[in-house]
Ligand binder design. Structure first.
Ligand code: ACO
Length: 431
């Protein structure tokens, strides 16, 4: 923790408290309320953690007002255009860009862990064929703790490291197999001569009956999608991983918890929901009807892929994703794709609408990622598993940071209890 840089005064009733304040390297100051209950006999109340920092961190910084996203200080647009996913993984995990030798060693280690324990593969057949691949991901990743007993001791730094590499390496295999299972095709084993993104495309789209050549432009677009999703500081799924990890749970169980949280449509599930919405809108002439619905207080409909808890400006990831969508659709010769036309027109009309301007609702990363993934041939149900695959490194980096933090303790929020006060039990015959 940085040194105390100020003091906040809090007075309520007959109490006056002085609370320490800290300044971050960049971003708003924080008021330390950790002794508030002990000193003032009160809790703070912040449902949804809109004003609460739950930890200090050196991994990712977001300035939501300015639309800035930095990983270890490097802007996301530079990483998306100049770096690649495994290098960004190294950066997130270890704090600095690797030298050429360090990168080679890291890529070697990840590549050598891509296969799944053969018995784990049998696990898949226990799922229904129509299972959502996220359901399979939650189950299979959680089940890793039953297969890799030599990397579940969180007190051992070597085991933490092996678990981290294993999950980054195996997640593409797990996600690709989840896909293959739901479409009834044979599992495709990883190929270690391919780069990370190409190998994932190979495991998803090759079949034993014919040769599959990975298109380098699609592989680059896939890698960019992974890079853009790699980490996003203390979002819901990352906070879930930290909370699960704070009890000392093993790393595979913690990441499974993160995947479960990511699944929801307000978080990672938004990419699937966004594409389904674009399909439902279908044609440009129907856009005003959907914008009107999104603005209607009595209609629960929201424009999926719009709005963000932190970004009150363009999501910097969405800018890169939009450019990538143009490139991929151009390559595939489907730049007149009706979904893209609807997406572009919807974006234009929403950004001109005072409702979205006043509430600072801009397209987020999910608005364009689904269009790229659909053009590549992924079904909508695979969008969130791909997000989970990419975010695994962020979850692990945050989990490792938490375990190394001397202030770390079990996460245990308090509550504003508004239920019944104590009352006596009444026997069933007397109720
Ligand atoms: N469409 C229409 N109105 C919206 C939208 C939207 N997409 N998002 C927010 N609003 C409105 C709300 O109705 C609310 O209006 P009010 O103040 O009049 O009640 C106001 O904007 C603020 O919305 P909140 O829900 O309070 O904002 P919050 O920060 O809690 O939610 C969230 C952020 C969940 C992302 C929200 O914008 C949303 O539901 N968006 C659609 C789903 C989505 O795209 N999620 C992906 C997020 S990015 C990610 O996880 C990778």
């Amino acid at each position: 923790m940085t040194n105390q840089t100020g003091t906040a005064k809090l007075s309520f009733g007959d109490k006056e408290l002085e609370l320490p304040m800290y300044s971050p390297s960049v971003g708003p100051d924080v008021i330390d309320i950790s002794k508030l209950y002990a000193q003032g006999d009160v809790f703070t109340f912040d449902p949804g953690f809109t004003s609460t920092a739950a930890c200090d961190s050196t991994i990712t910084f977001i300035d939501g007002e300015e639309g800035v996203l930095l990983h270890r200080g490097y802007p996301i647009d530079q990483l998306a255009s100049k770096s690649h996913f495994l290098e960004v993984c190294y950066l997130l995990l270890y704090g600095a860009l690797p030298t050429a030798a360090e990168l080679e060693d890291f890529e070697f280690r990840v590549t050598r862990h891509t296969m799944l324990h053969e018995q784990m593969i049998k696990f898949y057949s226990g799922f229904r064929r129509d299972a959502h691949p996220m359901a399979i991901m939650v189950g299979v990743v959680g089940a890793m703790s039953a297969f890799y007993h030599d990397s579940t001791d969180i007190a051992d730094p070597w085991q933490r490291e092996v678990a981290s590499i294993r999950m980054i390496a195996k997640m593409p295999t797990i996600a690709a197999m989840a896909y293959k299972y739901t479409v009834g095709q044979p599992f495709v084993y990883p190929r270690n001569d391919l780069d990370y993104a190409s190998n994932f495309l190979h495991m998803c789209f090759s079949v034993p009956a014919e040769n599959y050549e990975v298109n380098p432009i699609l592989s680059r677009a896939m890698d960019r999608i992974f890079t853009l999703h790699a980490d996003h500081e203390q979002n819901a799924s990352t906070s879930t991983v930290r909370l699960a990890g704070s009890s000392g749970a093993n790393p595979f169980a913690c990441i499974a918890a993160g995947i479960a949280c990511l699944w929801g449509p307000a978080h990672g599930g938004a990419n699937q929901a966004c594409l389904e919405m674009l399909k439902e809108i279908g044609t440009v002439d129907r856009i005003p009807e959907y914008i009107a619905r999104a603005k209607d207080k009595d209609d629960p409909f929201r424009l999926m892929g719009f709005g963000h808890r932190v970004y009150k400006n363009f999501d910097p990831r969405a800018k890169v994703m939009k450019q990538s969508a143009d490139e991929v659709l151009d390559l595939l010769g489907i730049e007149n794709n009706p979904l893209l036309q609807v997406a572009k027109e919807l974006e234009r009309q929403a950004l001109e609408d005072p409702y979205f301007a006043e509430k600072k609702l801009f397209p987020n990363v999910d608005f364009y990622s689904g269009i790229i993934l659909e053009a590549m041939g992924f079904p909508t149900a695979m969008f969130t598993p791909i997000f989970a695959l990419a975010r695994t490194v962020g979850w692990i980096s945050q989990w490792k940071e938490m375990l190394a933090d001397p202030k770390q303790k079990i996460g245990r929020p308090r509550q504003l209890y508004v239920g019944e006060t104590q009352r006596d039990y009444v026997d069933v015959e007397n109720r």
